[in-house]
Design a protein around this ligand. Structure first.
Ligand code: SAM
Length: 255
């Protein structure tokens, strides 16, 4: 089947690793099959994956061009209801067995996954499930070339430590979007450290884990105040951001 998309949603479709982990997680879903929500349905691809398993799929998309594409793509499937709306403005009239929400971004900073799920979780049955299930975040000391927050695509950097697991969020739990933590990371060589690299790993379900892919959580490089470090030095960094409020909300401080 050929999908009509916007250029952005076409890039999402071309990311086969991203698509296959969602496809497998939906196929593996073993809960009840009445109602599924596809939040941020874009071109409609995840609703297309859901269509054989659920009596009713409610698919919400804020972008009107993506919504128009999805209307065309999914017109043959009477169990999919597409609505052009911001999820946060939508009054749900029934509870769902499954929520699928791919508004993921590295450490959940730049997209609305947290706010959307904090709202929509009220419309999930007690035994309902969410795909993805959780996200785990790692930080690493680096030397970066650019002095602003950027994703690691085409960026050069030198690694100065192991990756340290600094947070995990289960999407069935209410999530406080205001994140603040002191990271203690040990340098593994001498040199100049001026950044941290944040990597997120998505846990789709109990069996599927996905690292960064080109369109799913590419690693984020964040400048910190330059430090001359020796091998084995412990660097303490306060990291703050607001999930869903964008990379402009990121603050760091060396302690
Ligand atoms: C990463 S894309 C995923 C699209 C599609 N589900 C897929 O997997 O290809 C996230 C989508 O969520 C939509 N979106 C973001 N915030 C939204 C909101 N508050 N309400 C509805 N849609 C939203 C965006 O317009 C975008 O189409």
């Amino acid at each position: 089947m050929k999908f009509q998309t916007t250029p952005y949603h076409f890039d999402l479709l071309k990311d086969y690793q991203r698509l296959s982990v969602f496809f497998e997680a939906i196929k593996n879903y073993d809960g009840k099959n009445n109602v599924a929500l596809d939040l941020g349905s874009g071109s409609g691809i995840l609703s297309y994956f859901l269509k054989d398993y659920f009596d009713e799929i409610i698919s919400l998309e804020v972008d009107c061009k993506a919504y128009d594409c999805a209307l065309n793509n999914l017109s043959d499937f009477s169990n999919i209801r597409l609505i052009n709306t911001n999820v946060l403005d939508y009054k749900f009239d029934k509870k769902a067995d499954l929520i699928v929400c791919e508004m993921l971004d590295t450490a959940l900073i730049d997209e609305e996954e947290v706010e959307v799920l904090n709202y929509t979780r009220n419309f999930l049955k007690n035994d309902g499930k969410i795909i993805p299930k959780a996200i785990v975040n790692f930080a690493q000391l680096v030397n970066i070339e650019r002095d602003y927050v950027h994703w690691d695509e085409d960026a050069n950097y030198e690694v100065f430590s192991q990756e340290v697991n600094y947070s995990k969020f289960n999407f069935k739990d209410e999530i406080n979007p205001y994140f603040e933590k002191i990271l203690s990371i040990r340098s593994n060589k001498d040199g100049i450290v001026n950044g941290i690299k944040i990597t997120s790993v998505t846990i789709l379900d109990d069996n599927i884990v996905c690292g960064p892919t080109p369109m799913l959580n590419p690693a984020l490089l964040i400048p910190i105040k330059q430090q001359n470090v020796k091998c084995d030095d412990l660097i303490n960094i306060k990291l703050k951001y607001i999930m869903g409020k964008g990379i402009g909300s990121i603050e760091t401080q060396i302690l």
